[in-house]
Design a protein around this ligand. Structure first.
Ligand code: TRH
Length: 377
């Protein structure tokens, strides 16, 4: 029998909330034959990742997922067998009553934020609050055994491998975005929040012998790029050269195209949660701009990930990656850190591949959720 799942997503900020839930919803349908309704309060953010979305509809089907606008005025609806509140979002009161009114209580889970901190292992799968007789559980994604794992679609790494071994496919893909890669240049994607460290990083790339081609999808970091270039109103397609550095603005593309962009690049600067994970599946060295939280709690998360990620790297590469990531996240001078990281590029590339394979040896998050449900019933 098909199990019905309701996934609730409030778009708090940017694209990570919808990015993660949309990915999960599609995977539950495609790989686990679940019937999924995805409730989203902001269809405009969704439209950026999935241009087929009709933002005027209260209900529509997209890739097998029933996408429902989560209105302020909640419509009466039956609760599903499995209910996921993404990132601790608060479910509508009437829906909670509908959960409690079911003859058998649903499995209710909070899909939490991704963190490499050790405490996550102890908390993953634990009961949280109760509403009437309905028990809520914590479900934590993560990088270590004992967590819920990471979102990874079936066959993803194989698709990536084929693409990375096919220069023609890469060239055609990049051409579709208006990118002509110079043969000797190093390709970098840059998806980040505003960052005061950008000017020193760009200076370092512009002043060397190696040529760099930085691809910047439209977004929050463009202001810093404009200031560095000394131009106003950078838009999609803009292309500027300064010394050894070429900077090009790309459109914000669909999620699967963003994956391909990451696969094409030699180095990826990413942010938030979902692009961070996708860059790991790309098997290429990365730089993470973590989402800033109150009281700097994000810095503990950053340290926890670095501790895990740098295991097995030799001392120089460890130092390089620690220095680079911390400088970037503090908006500090990147010059020396970039030089050190660049010197370590071979080791960092091999390490990125090994890390990706190690992570892919664990069950993926959608499979872990389904297993959690099957163990629970
Ligand atoms: O956009 P983000 O910063 O999003 C989030 C949210 O802010 C959220 O509130 C916060 O909790 C979380 O960060 C940690 O970064 P993220 O998570 O990487 O999401 C971006 C999504 O956009 C991801 O699914 C990839 C996608 N994307 C595209 O589909 N096309 C593109 O061109 C680009 C650049 C990204």
């Amino acid at each position: 029998m098909t199990v019905r799942w309701d996934i609730f997503c409030t778009v708090v900020d940017n694209f990570g909330d919808i990015g993660v839930t949309w990915r999960l919803a599609r995977q539950l349908v495609a790989e686990h034959r679940c019937a999924v309704r995805l409730w989203v309060d902001d269809l405009r953010a969704f439209e950026r990742l999935c241009p087929e979305i009709d933002i005027t509809l209260s209900e529509q089907w997209q890739q097998g997922v029933q996408v429902c606008h989560w209105p302020a005025d909640w419509p009466s609806t039956e609760a599903a067998e499995v209910v996921i509140a993404a990132f601790a979002c608060q479910l509508p009161a009437a829906y909670m009553d509908a959960m409690a009114a079911r003859p058998t209580a649903p499995l209710w889970m909070n899909l939490d934020y991704l963190s490499a901190e050790d405490w996550v292992i102890g908390c993953h799968g634990l009961p949280s609050v109760k509403y009437k007789q309905v028990q809520k559980y914590f479900f934590f994604p993560g990088f270590q055994e004992g967590t819920g794992g990471l979102l990874r679609e079936a066959g993803l790494l194989e698709r990536r491998r084929q693409f990375q071994q096919d220069p023609t496919a890469q060239r055609l893909f990049l051409q579709g975005l208006g990118v002509e890669r110079a043969p000797e240049s190093c390709l970098i994607s840059l998806f980040a929040y505003e960052n005061a460290g950008l000017a020193s990083w760009f200076d370092a790339m512009a002043s060397g012998v190696q040529s760099f081609h930085v691809l910047v999808p439209e977004g929050r970091v463009l202001g810093d790029v404009e200031r560095w270039l000394g131009v106003d109103g950078l838009g999609v397609g803009a292309l500027h050269r300064r010394g050894a550095l070429t900077v090009q603005v790309l459109p914000f593309v669909r999620q699967d195209q963003y994956d391909q962009l990451l696969w094409c690049c030699d180095f990826n600067a990413v942010r938030g949660e979902d692009s961070f994970v996708r860059a790991q599946w790309a098997g290429r060295p990365l730089l993470w701009h973590i989402y800033q939280q109150e009281e700097d709690v994000h810095l503990e998360k950053l340290d926890a990930f670095l501790r895990l990620y740098t295991q097995g790297l030799d001392e120089a590469a460890q130092k390089a990656i620690n220095g680079l990531w911390k400088a970037w996240n503090a908006g500090q001078d990147m010059t020396e850190h970039w030089k050190m990281a660049w010197e370590q590029r071979q080791e960092l590339t091999e390490h990125a591949q090994a890390w990706c394979l190690e992570q892919a040896s664990r069950p993926d998050l959608a499979a872990a959720l389904v297993k959690f449900y099957l163990n629970w019933i």
